[in-house]
Design a protein around this ligand. Structure first.
Ligand code: SF4
Length: 447
């Protein structure tokens, strides 16, 4: 309610997909809030909805449509705005969903408050047509966004957009366009602003984070940004979003090995453990390079842990190639693996490849890989308990029993038992000692 007794307009956002999209939705919500909107949960009947869509798999498209329809059902007279990767690649399809008001793609998301005003004005004249603004991404600048507050102890900061790689299974370059990087001074001021607002950990993320700075003409790249943030003490902890092994050159590792802000965890998106499959995916590394990257980082950062993404069922993936992936996983010893099955994407080379793998084979391979990754994870957690390795964690969510969910700097999931008389320790960084583990979560006590 405004001081003049008027009700504030309400908005809700719903995000599908990656950390970049989550960050963008937060920035869009802040932009509406700056115009007097009240940000509400998506389940509420709101005046405006923004659905930030994803197109990484066929399932993401389906879920995007489902969320659009859910918003329309929540309030049929609402102004429903759709943006993101699915609407960038399938704007016409989205615009035909009854009840959709605005369709934009992956650029100019901060124009949504203005577009909503335009729709309101149109409706006043009885014009309920869909407003579609799906601009080309060629030559698009990096859309400068800044989030000033984060409701949690950890915040994502988008530092890069677009991708110029051409992995044969991936629709993202078509949805996100060429590489554009956020100016270092903008990254630094945003990170320092979040630090001042109480955020304990910042995750630097992008569509292809490893490409940060590729569009600059001064050779300034991700390693330089990390060194500058560290030198300035711009945050308490810095974590990096998804990276790829070819970034982990001797120079890069030498640059980051002594950084005190950088947490000892890397998500190296491998996709496969077979050279044959990697070649057909047109990934930019092979298994030898991946093993060297892991060894180099383990030598440089002793407590380091790794997580990864692995795809099963890429067209033509033979039983032997899948076994190569299992062998690589046994050697690499990832703390966790995001396992997913190949999904045929329109307008990607792999969609027309011979040897499309049957669904049941994909299921069987996923199950086998998940079983192996859980076994390795549990062996790693057993080691932490056996060797009483202490962990530095940020206490995030507090439970009724007084315990806290948290992640260690090396990205172990940890449940910390805290005596009730310790008071509210939410957001504190504490050292804990692991005593047990269950379903991949370490149970720990304050050290
Ligand atoms: S690096 Fe490959 S998988 Fe990642 S967004 Fe670019 S094309 Fe897609």
């Amino acid at each position: 309610m405004t001081p003049f007794g008027m009700t504030r307009p309400t908005i809700a956002t719903q995000t599908l997909g990656c950390k970049v999209s989550q960050y963008e939705s937060e920035a869009v919500a802040e932009a509406f809030a700056a115009r007097g909107y009240e940000v509400r949960p998506f389940t509420d009947a709101c005046d405006v909805y923004v659905i930030n869509t994803c197109t990484v798999t066929a399932e993401s498209d389906r879920k995007s449509r489902q969320m659009i329809r859910r918003a329309i059902k929540n309030n049929p007279s609402a102004i429903v705005c759709v943006c993101g990767c699915y609407s960038q690649t399938s704007a016409d399809e989205v615009a035909t969903i009854p009840g959709v008001s605005v369709v934009i793609g992956t650029r100019d998301k901060l124009s949504l408050p203005q577009l909503v005003e335009e729709v309101k004005a149109r409706r006043m004249t009885g014009d309920f047509s869909v407003l579609v603004k799906n601009e080309s991404l060629e030559g698009a600048p990096f859309e400068k966004m800044c989030i000033t507050r984060a409701p949690r102890t950890r915040a994502y900061v988008k530092i890069e957009d677009g991708c110029e790689c051409r992995c044969t299974y991936c629709a993202i370059p078509g949805a996100r366009g060429p590489v554009r990087s956020k100016a270092p001074e903008d990254v630094i001021s945003e990170v320092e602003g979040l630090y001042r607002s109480g955020v304990r950990e910042v995750v630097l993320t992008g569509i292809e984070t490893a490409s940060y700075g590729a569009d600059f003409d001064n050779g300034y790249r991700l390693g330089d940004l990390l060194c500058e943030l560290d030198r300035r003490g711009s945050a308490e902890r810095i974590r990096l979003g998804s990276l790829t092994p070819e970034l982990m050159t001797a120079d890069f590792v030498e640059k980051i090995r002594a950084l005190s802000l950088l947490v000892p965890h890397f998500h190296l998106s491998m996709q496969s453990g077979s050279d044959g499959v990697l070649r057909r995916m047109k990934r930019r590394y092979n298994i030898r390079m991946a093993k060297e990257a892991l060894a180099r980082l383990r030598e440089a950062i002793p407590r380091v842990e790794f997580t990864t993404d692995l795809m099963v069922g890429f067209p033509g993936e033979s039983e032997e190639e899948f076994e190569e992936t299992l062998t690589f996983v046994r050697e690499a010893r990832f703390l966790d693996i995001h396992v997913f099955a190949y999904s045929r994407r329109p307008n990607t080379p792999a969609a027309t490849y011979e040897g499309q793998v049957a669904q049941e084979v994909k299921h069987a391979r996923s199950a086998k890989l998940i079983a192996l990754k859980n076994q390795i994870r549990d062996e790693i957690l057993d080691e932490y308990i056996r060797e009483k390795k202490t962990l530095s964690v940020v206490l995030e969510k507090r439970w009724d029993d007084g315990s806290y969910s948290s992640h260690s700097d090396s990205f172990l999931e940890v449940r910390v038992m805290v005596p009730k008389d310790k008071g509210d320790l939410h957001g504190e960084i504490v050292t804990v000692i692991p005593v047990a583990h269950r379903d991949g979560v370490i149970i720990a006590e304050l050290n």
